[in-house]
Design a protein around this ligand. Sequence first.
Ligand SMILES: [Zn+2]
Length: 93
Amino acid sequence: MANSSWMYSCHEASRMISDALERHLAPTEWMRLRMHLALCKMCRDYEQNIHVLESTLNSLGNQGTQDDQLSDDEKTLIRSNLNSILRDADDAL
Ligand SMILES: [Zn+2]
């Protein structure tokens, strides 16, 4: 059986990918995530999507006048909505 307890499932990996945006992963968490990503294209795509979203959110916050800027609360809200949309899409596969 190829199942290894040290390896993240896709569910755990996707959670770690979004956690990594909020906090620093522990070295073991980071290692296990990288191991999973090395083997799993679906989660690599997920990570890429997250980073695209993240840089989109950052550029939204950085351009325009003060009035156009999203507050940190708004960014967090948008990010968590997008995360849940992405996760639902993953679950549907
Ligand atoms: Zn995966």
